[in-house]
Design a protein around this ligand. Structure first.
Ligand SMILES: Cc1cc2nc3c(=O)[nH]c(=O)nc-3n(C[C@H](O)[C@H](O)[C@H](O)COP(=O)(O)OP(=O)(O)OC[C@H]3O[C@@H](n4cnc5c(N)ncnc54)[C@H](O)[C@@H]3O)c2cc1C
Length: 500
């Protein structure tokens, strides 16, 4: 692809978590980005409150590792029946996982978004157009023209970008224009979400674990980070929304848990959850990411995490295509890789949400939902690049070991390709393989510098070739296999053998 004469390389529409992560990852690769959102300040109402270890690893890549200090370590979930007896639940793993982070955290979304907006404001490669909304766009095959309107003044202007990524949320205008098929998993439900600032802890509720009471009206309490807590009350059947607009309803619902005067309501909103997956995340130069492409009930706390995974998958591919190093066809691997991963999470969160809803609709005797529970996280991505199924560990999330000096691996590697192998293997590859690594900017990490040997033994590989989004392109068991995998990466990603 030749260098674009458009105003920007990538227009990211929507500065929610997905758009902010994508814009940051692109800017870190010297791509010219415009980020457009009607909200001049971050939304003060947190939506997401939970992240997993993989997402914490992405936050690390985004320069937010320090933020962990302010996060709550999530202890697990207890699901109680109406009489308060625990019927099932789960404990979160203790200690660092193979991602070098704890398995689950609770965080305060507005602080996260504010930190990312701040980083973008300081970046020379980003233009932040806050206060502006997209009202129209057209892809003429060589660039996308965007019409944007200032929400305050009503002024309209147009700009162009080589690619447009719609990170504009569940009601995505861009998705509506693209009109992809939407698979509906029949998981729609409504909840009243009340976030409170506590002057005193809630009565009888854990401050480190989530609690679900599967009674006539299913109820969830989630400690976010002190002093914030979230109370969710599921709306039943066709209950009238108007009664929930009355603040006295919220106070009455909180009464069993919060002493009057011991808290302040930060927000009280009814949400309608959907469980949907778009088919067709790319049309020409326009792509979808985050809630614009997929939505799920909040049971697993994986909606935002999935959008961050989209951003990590897309940013390196877009950068290669924009620079002309890879063909635009590389972007066709995005949906086949990401959709199966997010699909599993939609199915599982829907199954759990519907089980809890059933308990509230007179299905007596709360019991664990039937069926096999999918891995909450860490499933493999679909295998779209180069049919890499023959390689061990292909498509799996790579581990992040600690380096001998105590740092985490990604701090050394950055958002880049990486070859993790014994030092003697790294030094015995042929010149052509070495040149191929150079041309993709791969970072070479001798395993001896890490504490990864146990993981490699368990998976019966000598080393791994890892993509910038931290997913394994190939594991290998010999120098020959490493050279062959490098060659295959070159052909799959760049459409040709890389020239040294
Ligand atoms: C109550 C609640 C609890 C949740 N809990 C969790 C959780 O614990 N963990 C988790 O991972 N996920 C959770 N989720 C899901 C998570 O919040 C979403 O998946 C996530 O916010 C999606 O991010 P996004 O950036 O894709 O979209 P959004 O956050 O919806 O952001 C979309 C952005 O696009 C902008 N926009 C829209 N239209 C236009 C336009 N025409 N032009 C320009 N900009 C536009 C909007 O202003 C907005 O800023 C929860 C959701 C809710 C509602």
């Amino acid at each position: 692809m030749t260098e674009s004469v458009a105003d920007y390389d990538v227009a990211v529409v929507g500065a929610g978590p997905t758009g902010l992560a994508l814009a940051n990852l692109l800017a870190g690769q010297d791509i010219r980005v415009v980020l457009i959102d009607p909200n001049k300040i971050v939304c003060p109402h947190p939506r997401a409150s939970h992240i997993d270890d993989e997402t914490m690893r992405s936050f690390q890549t985004l320069g937010l590792a320090e933020a962990e200090k302010g996060y709550l370590v999530m202890g697990g979930f207890d699901i109680l029946n109406e009489s308060g007896k625990r019927v099932f639940g789960w404990e979160m793993e203790g200690g660092e996982t193979d991602q070098s982070w704890l398995s689950d955290y609770m965080f305060f979304q507005p602080d996260f978004e504010a930190a990312l907006r701040g980083k973008l404001a300081a970046s020379a490669d980003i233009e932040l157009m806050l206060g502006w909304e997209l009202v129209d766009f057209a892809d003429d095959g060589s660039a996308v023209t965007l019409s944007i309107r200032n929400r305050g003044s009503g002024v309209q202007r147009s700009l162009s970008a080589a690619f447009l990524v719609g990170c504009d949320g569940a009601n995505s205008f861009i998705r509506q224009q693209m009109s992809p098929d939407m698979e509906d998993f029949d998981g729609s439900q409504r909840s009243l979400i009340i976030d409170v600032f506590k002057f005193k802890p809630a009565a009888g509720l854990s401050e480190t674990k989530g609690t679900i009471i599967a009674g006539a009206r299913p109820f969830t309490h989630i400690p976010i980070v002190s002093p914030f807590s979230r109370f969710e009350f599921m709306l039943l059947g066709d209950e009238d929304l108007d009664s929930y607009a009355d603040p006295t309803t919220s106070y009455a619902l909180l009464e069993p848990w919060m002493e009057p005067g011991s808290y302040r309501i930060m927000r009280s909103d009814v949400y309608l959850w959907h469980a949907r997956l778009a088919t067709g995340w790319r049309t020409g130069r326009v792509l979808l990411a985050g809630d614009a492409a997929h939505q799920m009930p909040p049971m697993l706390g994986q909606g935002m995490c999935s959008g961050i995974r989209d951003a990590a998958n897309l940013a390196w591919k877009l950068a290669l295509v924009v620079r002309g190093t890879a063909e635009a066809g590389l972007l066709d691997s995005y949906e086949p890789e990401r959709a199966p991963h997010v699909r599993d999470l939609i199915v599982e969160s829907t199954r759990q949400a519907n089980a809890v809803a059933a308990m509230g609709q007179g299905v007596t005797g709360a019991k664990e939902p039937a069926g096999e529970v999918v891995d909450r996280t860490h499933s493999a991505i679909g295998q779209a690049i180069g049919g890499v199924t023959e390689w061990p560990q292909a498509g799996q999330l790579s581990p992040q070991p600690r380096l001998r000096d105590g740092r985490r691996l990604d701090d050394m590697v950055g958002y880049a390709f990486m070859v993790l192998a014994p030092g003697d293997v790294l030094s015995s590859v042929c010149e052509s393989t070495r040149q191929q690594w150079d041309s993709i900017g791969a970072v070479l990490v001798p395993i001896e510098d890490t504490d990864l040997s146990g993981w490699l033994e368990r998976h019966e590989v000598e080393g791994v070739l890892v993509r910038p989004d931290r997913y394994v392109f190939a594991g290998f068991r010999s120098v020959d296999q490493l050279e062959a995998a490098t060659q295959q990466l070159s052909t799959a990603v760049f459409g040709k053998e890389m020239q040294g």
